[in-house]
Design a binder for this molecule. Sequence first.
Ligand code: 13P
Length: 283
Amino acid sequence: MLVTTKEMFAQSREKGYAIVAPDYWDSNSCKTYVETAEELGVPVILSFAQAHDDMLSLEEAYELGRFYGSRAKVPVALHLDHGQDVETVKKAIDLGFTSVMIDASAQPYEVNVQRTKEVCDYAHAKCVVVEAELGHVGSSDVITSENKEALADDHNIYTEVPMAEQFVKETGVDSLAVSIGTSHGLYKGTPVIDFDRLHELRKALPVPLVLHGGSGSGDENLERCATEGISKINVFTDFTVAAINATNDEDYVNWYKLIKDANAGIKEKLKFYFRLFHTGKAE
Ligand code: 13P
């Protein structure tokens, strides 16, 4: 069934776990994510990043998400990830995405507030929930050209607690992506997470917290984030890596088999993350 993230986040905050938000880029990844959530009986936030519109248009992404999400036996939120401009985000809301992100985190604070508030006013009138980002999660050095979720040469700006409190009050946003040490893409080492900042943000803010750049961030780091205050963890790159790794050992002559094996690799990776994040307290 298609839902917003409201009930999911109420549960995750109360019980202390995170929900995985995997980014899909085609029908295989979309279907595989939903099937995996159903196998484990856990909620999932099916995410489509605007930057991946070279693979799927917004309309195609919506139709795929709606098709698999609405038939699922588990709660599925259909989310626009990293909406880059207000117009596209409004279009996603009109199409039927149940959750949207407006990402003006690279803009000055006032512009971020203004765009986020405009989206919130529009979305809330249609019962759609909104995520924004304050501080900025940049891109790591290793993956650049293929990881377009954030600018290749940008950098992290950590989220400041008082500014975040002010931002939430001024915008009415439903959840907030915070910058505490992760980056989009793969890393050369394991990032250092600012857990003190996470604890302070969790204590100070009335809204669920989101972590971007889940891939390669270290299992221990991610499990701690999930159980110490983050409600949603975004993962993309690791699923593409899992697909490659699952197809490394064979000299394929059959494309059909290659795709099936890649999907199986993605499924295993997503199961791993559901368990690591204790999603829905899945065993
Ligand atoms: P990774 O590709 O680093 O997992 O980041 C995903 C993400 O944050 C999508 O919003």
